[in-house]
Design a protein around this ligand. Structure first.
Ligand code: AMP
Length: 291
């Protein structure tokens, strides 16, 4: 496995590969790898000749009061995990290599970035779209793998690729969870023991969603039920409980029965535990609850 830190070195490597007409699969990450990340690498390994991952904590996608400085980093451990997952190249640029003395270009995807995490984290998805765009220009993958843990990010990247006619297939991958249900995340490390226990309320409430839908709840009632369920644990502070079409993230009529909705929808939530922000979601495919 190669570790490449410069854009020029990566591009040189790419030209060598492409002499042999190989397919390149790409998994962009911010490191501190866990099984959520390795599931994407394994999928890429199955589907592509060459697997590239990037490790880059992208300052553009963090707000001024967010955890950029504290974000967990452990390069040595990450490299070992990547090697074990059969990765061919780990691309680890530093901020200077990626952004030089500053970026004057910004990629902004509109509309679908104004709700959910986009509403709570202004500028976040511009930072994501900009870095993913730049990484796609460097890595030039045939396929890129993203986790549905960040479902809005999947929607944003897919829209960008469509709008800009980019030659890459976006592959959404299932959410990987801890045994007790908590969605894996590099940020789970921040949780204090009591917060970790109470954080189970996210997956727990999402697991009840199908039952509630089958009972005939409306859009507004489903959001209220989830909110009330999460509010029961004292350390939780809800940022949003959302229900939209997916991936278009369009509003749904409050009084509509969820079981009657024909489109694919997402039920998503973001909850703070102390200073740690956790997200989770479930996607319900068109008419799954029709009888
Ligand atoms: P991050 O390092 O948090 O930027 O995540 C890199 C990629 O891994 C993104 O596409 C995430 O959606 C994905 N990912 C993170 N956690 C999980 C998880 N628990 N299950 C599946 N994919 C995940």
């Amino acid at each position: 496995m190669d570790i490449i830190r410069s854009i020029a070195d990566f591009k040189y490597k790419w030209k060598q590969w492409k002499q042999n007409d190989v397919t390149v699969g790409f998994v962009p990450t911010m490191g501190y790898l866990h099984q959520g990340h390795t599931s994407l690498m394994e999928r890429a390994r199955q589907e592509c000749d060459i697997v590239v991952i990037s490790i880059f904590v992208n300052p553009l996608q963090f707000g001024p009061n967010e955890d950029f400085e504290q974000y967990p980093r452990d390069e040595q451990r990450d490299v070992t995990i990547a090697r074990e997952a059969g990765v061919d190249v780990v691309f680890i640029p530093d901020v200077k290599e990626m952004y030089g003395s500053g970026m004057k270009t910004n990629i902004a995807v509109s509309d679908i970035t104004s709700v959910m995490c986009g509403a709570n984290r202004p500028g976040h998805f511009d930072g994501v779209a900009t870095v993913v765009n730049k990484l796609f220009h460097i890595v030039r993958p045939d396929k890129a793998y993203f986790g549905m843990k960040d479902a809005q990010q999947v929607a944003v990247v897919t829209q960008m690729v469509l709008d800009l006619s980019m030659d890459v297939e976006i592959v959404p991958c299932d959410i990987i969870r801890e045994e007790d249900g908590l969605a894996m995340s590099s940020r789970n490390k921040y949780l204090k023991p009591e917060e970790r226990k109470q954080a189970l309320i996210l997956s727990d409430s999402l697991m009840k969603v199908h039952k509630w839908i089958e009972e005939g709840v409306t859009v507004a009632q489903l959001k209220q039920l989830i909110t009330a369920h999460v509010d029961v644990v004292p350390l939780s502070e809800i940022q949003y409980v959302a229900l939209y079409t997916y991936p278009g993230l369009k509003e749904l009529p409050a009084k509509q029965k969820v079981m009657d909705i024909q489109e694919t929808i997402i039920v998503a939530l973001a909850v703070m535990f102390g200073t740690t922000r956790l997200i989770d979601n479930v996607v319900i495919y068109g008419g799954e609850h029709r009888v």
